[in-house]
Design a protein around this ligand. Structure first.
Ligand SMILES: [Zn+2]
Ligand SMILES: [Zn+2]
Length: 323
């Protein structure tokens, strides 16, 4: 349902902006979203729509700006169940099997920095983009973008520390996974649960409008050889902390309930070949899937959609009410 609404911008007098609003995507603080579903059951996952916050908050994403429009799926399929849950097992994937032999990604340690350098292409195959009109996914999502190279170049702190306060995550890159692919937050261009609404390929990726291939959750094409214990390191968030897979210290599948408001926790992990007690994020099957806010200090995103958070983490969005 699309409503016309008016946003009042606090702190700048009576400035009024008109805009488009899709029901359910308002900031979580404006209205509570009832939590439904089972965080570990792919047939009955909680839908993240409407869980955008204005600060660190469990089960939510704290985006640096409220997204408005911008492509994505235009029609809900039967996997969006209308009761606040969704079924990942019946959602289609974008078809195709395209290899990217020219992918490039390297992680180098240089002094107190960890340098991530690549061309944004995956080390695995992808679906065929733009989505073909004969692809069943086309009836839900007409992603017209082709996958193109996009520079990955980040100097992360080698041993990240907590910032004074957590900070928001940009719309755009929030981390880089070990497949060389950018990780975005859980929201699509309209502020909805991207993993549930957008149609990705079978590696959980798709290109945005500049052609940059990215994920919104843990890609099932990143191999893990963990045995029975804690998940392996699957990538780095832009504050330098590691992002690990679904499983905790005793091999149990983690949910938001096991993690803090930014989607991480602290215990002994393997870090650069040593066992150390430190903070790290986890991916979950459950929204917000990966990092919901940064505990450390993120590096600025040099370019690409959304850009980085502003210095000091003060978010540039406008509080809204009265629609
Ligand atoms: Zn996306
Ligand atoms: Zn852990």
């Amino acid at each position: 349902m699309i409503l016309t609404f008016i946003v009042f911008i606090l702190g700048s007098g009576a400035l009024v902006v008109g805009g488009r609003f899709i029901a359910g995507q308002q900031r979580g603080n404006a209205s509570e979203v009832v939590y439904k579903g089972d965080p570990r059951d792919p047939r009955n996952l909680p839908l993240g729509d409407g869980r955008l916050s204005e600060g660190p908050r469990k089960n939510y994403v704290w985006p640096c700006r409220v997204p408005f429009g911008g492509g994505g799926a235009f029609r809900d399929g039967p996997w969006i169940k209308g009761d606040g849950t969704w079924d990942a097992t019946i959602k289609p994937h974008v078809e195709g099997d395209v290899a990217w032999d020219n992918y490039r990604y390297a992680i180098k340690i240089d002094g107190d920095k960890r340098k991530l350098v690549g061309n944004g292409l995956p080390d695995h195959h992808t679906g065929k983009f733009p989505i073909d009109r004969n692809d069943p996914a086309f009836q839900y999502d007409r992603n017209p973008n082709s996958i193109r190279e996009g520079e990955i170049s980040f100097d992360l702190p080698l041993d990240p520390k907590f910032a004074d306060k957590p900070s928001c995550v940009p719309m755009g890159t929030i981390g880089v996974m070990k497949s060389g692919v950018a990780l975005f937050n859980a929201l699509d261009g309209e502020g909805r649960d991207a993993v549930a609404h957008e149609i990705q390929d079978k590696c959980n990726g798709h290109p945005e409008r500049d052609g940059h291939y990215h994920y919104h959750n843990l890609s099932q094409c990143i191999a893990e050889k963990r045995g029975k214990g804690h998940s392996e390191l699957m990538g780095y968030a832009l504050d330098g902390f590691g992002i690990y897979g679904f499983f905790g210290e005793h091999g149990e599948e983690l949910t938001n309930a096991d993690l803090d408001e930014c989607h991480g926790h602290t215990h002994e992990i393997m870090w650069d070949g040593k066992l150390v007690t430190m903070y790290h994020y986890h991916a979950t099957r459950e929204y917000p899937y990966t990092v919901g806010c940064f505990k450390g200090t993120p590096v600025r995103v040099p370019r690409g959609p959304g850009g980085g958070p502003p210095p000091g983490g003060r978010p540039p969005w406008f509080p809204m009410f009265g629609f």
